[in-house]
Design a binder for this molecule. Structure first.
Ligand SMILES: N[C@H](CCC[C@H](N)C(=O)O)C(=O)O
Length: 561
């Protein structure tokens, strides 16, 4: 078997000198350069992306620059085959391919051989399967996948409808089983990675000097031309540094000096985040998480990081870790980990803060009226509420509640295990206690019980762990206790799977709202009061559940491992 082709990858923070080094290597070793900067693929964005100048491009051949117009975003799944073809062609000509760019996900996806499905989302196909999901349950779809592609089914969680539907979508489109996203077993290249770095202060000075020269070279006119051409500065391909801030200047939202200063500061932050690991602490009604923008980061043991960073004595402290990642099917993707390192499918409090994080950092439009976020429970839509340019709360479409035992999942006696409807007031005896549980999945499993005593008197720290790990819950469970107040609203506390008692739980509050309506305690709307705050739930008994509540940022910092 032929040895894999050679490849040099020049990586490092912005303004550190990657282009100059790549050109020197190309001239020294008869190489050609493949662009790995997600902004330089676009035409009309020359100055603001620090694209190699015509003179630089004459001194060494470059590939994958100016291949798209800004209104036609390129996805990772589209970039990878183009980059592989370029590397192959360069090698075939007996030249050395040199990968150069600051988009970490492009670089690592190429080096590690990620396979991203070329199958674009098929909305009609998904709508049909969502309908069948509601009617037949995830188990039936998983069974179909197992019949058609047993190897693939073995790697897909039978309770993860999104992964099941995606696998069936790829199978239907390609006619053959293929992994949705995975690395190739063997490294595709014999790769030498040259990581450039520099002390922070001199690097900040280079960044500032370079931005000043961009302005002198006509960056403002470039922004004006893009604006006049109808592009939304600050969104999509144009959400990068400089374009966003100059767009706000052109919209009279800030002075030119402010735009220049913010551009420099945002680039400093970008460097800090990639070079170390910047984090932001946020909470929704006291349910607190550590947020990391992982879009430019290589894969790592996130479970381990969540355990370390969530520790309230030896780490930052929180109920878990939430990652901001790229998505092919939504604006962004969210991954959520509990403080014990286990990964949860969905997080209602966390996703409101996630939207706030993305909007206020310009990762999505800084005036977005909605943000779509891909999660293991499916794509969720968040509608932010603003005070000026700050998001203070949000309303989330939390999807359909799942009520069949197989969808929770909960293993019950055969007489009721196969039913598709709700299981309410199911008697369970954790230790010496007797509870009546109602089961609801919001993409993650919940068991809700209603009690007569005030919730603060309930021995939650004794009973919570017994319910969380009760043998009827194959994936463990989040456990909610509820007391109905005189005014008809609800007091509650939550023992979370993987995190213990938290000050609030968004998916838990949704499960409480659903269970309470099923049991006839409340109607379509209910306020759930938790130790950390109140969450408003809306469910009409058939459609999606809606969650409304606060989102707050506490502080940012740098995680030094
Ligand atoms: N606190 C989150 C739920 C976390 C659920 C997690 N504990 C699990 O399902 O494993 C929320 O606001 O919805």
């Amino acid at each position: 078997m032929a040895a894999p082709p050679n490849l040099i990858a020049v990586v490092g923070p912005t303004a550190v000198g990657k282009t100059a080094l790549a050109i020197a290597l190309a001239r020294r070793f008869d190489g050609e350069i493949v662009n790995a900067d997600s902004r330089q693929v676009y035409t009309c964005m020359d100055i603001g992306t620090a694209k190699p100048t015509p003179a630089e491009r004459r001194s060494a051949r470059h590939h994958l620059i100016d291949i798209r117009q800004p209104h036609s975003p390129i996805s990772l799944g589209e970039y990878l085959p183009l980059a592989r073809e370029s590397i192959e062609a360069i090698t075939a000509r007996g030249k050395l391919p040199i990968l150069c760019g600051g988009t970490g996900q492009y670089v690592w996806a190429l080096i590690e051989g990620w396979e991203v499905p070329r199958v674009p989302p098929d909305p009609a196909f998904r709508a049909r399967l969502e309908h069948r999901l509601a009617a037949e349950g995830a188990g039936a779809l998983w069974q179909e996948l197992r019949d058609k592609d047993p190897d693939r089914a073995a790697t897909v969680d039978s309770q993860n409808p999104r992964r099941i539907i995606r696998a069936l979508e790829i199978l239907c489109a390609t006619g053959n089983p293929v992994d949705a996203t995975g690395k190739s077993p063997a490294p595709p290249y014999r790769c030498l990675v040259l990581g450039l770095t520099a002390d922070r202060i001199p690097l900040y000075e280079r960044i500032d000097a370079r931005f000043d020269s961009m302005m002198a070279d006509g960056l403002l006119d470039e922004a004006r031309r893009l604006d006049a051409a109808g592009y939304e500065l600050g969104s999509g391909a144009l959400s990068g540094v400089g374009y966003t801030e100059l767009g706000q200047y052109l919209a009279d939202a800030m002075t030119l000096d402010e735009a220049v200063s913010r551009s420099k500061t945002r680039t400093h932050r970008l460097v800090r985040r990639v070079a170390t690991m910047e984090f932001t602490k946020m909470h929704g009604a006291g349910n607190d998480y550590v947020y990391v923008d992982a879009r430019a980061m290589p894969e790592r043991d996130w479970n381990d990081l969540s355990r370390a960073i969530s520790n309230r004595h030896f780490g930052v402290g929180g109920d878990g870790l939430i990652l901001v990642m790229e998505s092919d099917v939504a604006d962004l993707k969210m991954r959520m980990f509990n403080s014990d390192g286990s990964e949860g499918a969905m997080c209602g409090n966390g996703i409101r803060c996630f939207a706030k994080y993305a909007i206020e950092r310009g990762i999505v439009s800084s005036s977005a009226q909605q943000v779509t976020v891909d999660t293991l429970a499916g794509v969720r839509t968040i509608v932010p509420h603003y005070a000026g340019s700050t998001v203070h709360s949000a309303r989330v479409s939390m999807g359909l509640p799942r009520l069949a035992p197989s969808e929770i999942p909960v293993d019950l006696d055969p007489a009721i295990a196969g039913q598709t409807g709700p299981v309410i007031n199911y008697a369970v005896h954790p230790g010496d206690f007797r509870l009546f549980l109602t089961f609801v999945s919001m993409g993650n499993p919940h068991a809700v019980t209603f009690i007569d005593q005030p919730v603060e008197e309930f021995p939650l720290h004794n009973i919570g762990p017994l319910v969380e790990r009760h043998p009827i819950f194959p994936d463990r469970v989040n456990f909610e206790i509820v007391n109905i107040r005189e005014d008809g609203n609800l007091d509650a506390r939550v023992w979370e799977r993987g995190s213990g008692e938290t000050m609030a739980c968004g998916t838990g509050a949704c499960a409480i709202g659903v269970a309470s309506r099923l049991l006839g305690h409340t109607g379509d709307r209910v306020a759930v009061s938790l130790p950390g705050g109140t969450l408003d739930i809306e469910w009409d008994g058939a459609g999606e559940v809606y969650l409304e509540g606060p989102a707050a940022e506490v502080f940012s910092g740098v995680w030094t491992e």
